[in-house]
Design a binder for this molecule. Structure first.
Ligand SMILES: [Fe+2]
Length: 255
């Protein structure tokens, strides 16, 4: 059994710690300090590092951590990331403790972005900045079509899959989602729940694929209400999923 613990970093990042007995794997250590504090406080040792994409707030801690611990660093094929020891591609898999994690290539936010998915006894998804609760990553490098394809992969996973994103963006994502999907009553109720949690500085993650299918406009591209609002925003008739995604992503970028 893997316990997943959030370590807060920067203003709104979560570095995820996967803990089994006294051993830890770390996902996207943008900063080494919260990781070292966590390891020292609990007398844990570091067993490995998983990286989703090249952005500094996901990779900045690699050097310090590997200078103290000689561990494997898994990550995408991208020589801009220093310290990767095991490059991963679509359909590769790695063992984390006794759990097998499959690798998905999920370009869109960046071109090198990968996600880690365990479907054995625990269904866990570490999706970096590709899928957020109530939203998706900005398209810094990829196209709407690439992001659409990446999100299709993630939305087809088991509904009970727990979704571990890297940022606490849920409230601001839902602030937009309730406008673009204004007839979604489940979403409105969930938005109130999230606001209450955030007032108390509580974490809103992990989410689940099942929940995201109900609340996340970027996974609900066939919803007539969203298509109609997107068409109004773009002043054109939209009839392709990828065009709905493109429009609501642009809308959200300037929201
Ligand atoms: Fe990023």
């Amino acid at each position: 059994m893997i316990e997943v613990v959030p370590l807060k970093a920067f203003t709104d990042n979560y570095i995820w710690a996967l803990v089994s007995k006294e051993s830890v794997y770390i996902v996207d250590p943008g900063d080494a300090n919260p990781v070292l504090e966590f390891l020292n406080k609990n007398n844990f040792t570091l067993d490995g590092i998983l990286i989703t994409h090249h952005h500094f707030d996901h990779t900045g801690g690699i050097k310090t951590l590997t200078s103290k611990y000689d561990v494997p660093v898994y990550g995408p094929v991208n020589n801009r990331i220093e310290g990767i020891t095991h490059e991963l591609k679509e359909n590769d898999s790695i063992m984390v403790f006794n759990e097998k994690f499959k690798i998905f290539e999920v370009p869109g936010h960046t071109l090198d972005h990968i996600a880690y998915y365990s479907e054995s006894s625990q269904k866990l998804l570490f999706c970096g900045d590709t899928l957020f609760s109530g939203g998706c990553g900005r398209l810094f490098e990829g196209t709407p079509a690439q992001m659409h394809n990446s999100l299709q992969k993630l939305k087809s996973l088991s509904p009970e899959t727990l979704v571990y994103c890297t940022h606490e963006y849920t409230e601001s994502n839902l602030n937009f989602a309730v406008v673009v999907n204004d007839e979604n009553d489940f979403l409105k109720d969930y938005y109130s729940e999230v606001k209450t949690k955030r007032e108390k500085d509580e974490i809103t993650l992990p989410s689940s694929i099942e929940k995201e299918l109900s609340i996340n406009p970027f996974l609900r591209l066939t919803d007539e209400n969203i298509i109609s609002n997107a068409s109004n925003f773009a002043s054109m008739t939209i009839n392709k999923e990828v065009d709905t995604l493109k429009t609501i992503r642009e809308w959200k970028d300037n929201f």
